[in-house]
Design a binder for this molecule. Structure first.
Ligand code: 13P
Length: 244
């Protein structure tokens, strides 16, 4: 299974940034051993999709609504993402869980909506620092997987420990190995054999300097990259560390 290197731009990326990042990715992605995805803010999905059309780099959104259309001021539907040129969507990121109070049930409904529209979902899970200190990480992540993934899920899961996001603190290889194995076993229990086919991304302060180590850990199917995805050379540096 090819690894997936996905860039989550979060609330970053004006027109100039989008061109500066996506331009070099268009050519830099040729011949890579991994799949590459950029997830700009809603306002620049069309821009990114236009720059990357016909290239090996896919475009995704960072959230979608459960409904296809209607009276939901400020929201964006999966159909709108697809219409703008996205083929992927990140759902249930810890920042959305925290900033917007998103529950597992809501994330499951959004995942169903995304899949029904033909988008590939990346569903995020991960414990906070306090939860890890208390030794509750498996209970938390297990609960998130049980609550957020719909029956028959065939998308991607991203494990992002909240304490490693944007902090420069990366989980140790041993932490990543233990959690990814736990997630794999949970997915198989939940989904049967299909659980073996789900790529499990690691996210949290992934950089070119630590990418080869993290991407070599068993059951790591790629990376979900925040800060380092805002620079084409760094993002490509991570992608070059990916395994086929
Ligand atoms: P950083 O790579 O900036 O730590 O962000 C990780 C993340 O939250 C990606 O979704």
């Amino acid at each position: 299974m090819r690894q997936l290197i996905a860039g989550n731009w979060k609330m970053n990326g004006l027109a100039g940034d989008t061109a500066a990042i996506c331009g070099p990715l268009r050519t830099g992605a040729d011949g890579l051993a991994c799949d590459l995805l950029v997830c700009p803010p809603f306002t620049r999905i069309v821009t990114a999709a236009n720059i990357l059309v016909g290239s090996a780099v896919a475009v995704g959104g960072q959230d979608c609504h459960v409904n296809e259309k209607g009276a939901h001021t400020g929201d964006i539907s999966a159909a709108m993402l697809a219409d703008a040129g996205a083929t992927w969507v990140i759902l249930g990121h810890s920042e959305r869980r925290a900033d917007h109070g998103e529950s597992d049930a809501l994330i499951q409904a959004k995942t169903k909506a995304a899949v029904a529209t033909g988008l590939s979902p990346i569903v995020c899970v991960g414990e906070t620092e306090a939860q890890r200190v208390a030794g509750d990480q498996n209970k938390i992540v297990g609960g998130q997987l049980a609550g957020s993934l719909p029956e028959g899920f065939a998308g991607v899961v991203a494990y992002e420990p909240v304490w490693a996001i944007g902090t420069g603190k990366t989980a140790t290889e041993a932490d990543v190995a233990a959690m990814h194995l736990f997630i794999r076993e949970t997915l198989v229990k939940q989904l049967g054999d299909a659980g073996n086919k789900v790529r499990i991304l690691y996210g949290g302060s992934v950089r070119p300097a630590n990418a080869s180590t993290l991407l070599a850990v068993p059951h790591v199917g790629g990376a979900l990259v925040g800060g380092a995805a805002l620079n084409a050379a760094d993002f490509l540096g991570i992608a070059k560390a990916a395994k086929a």
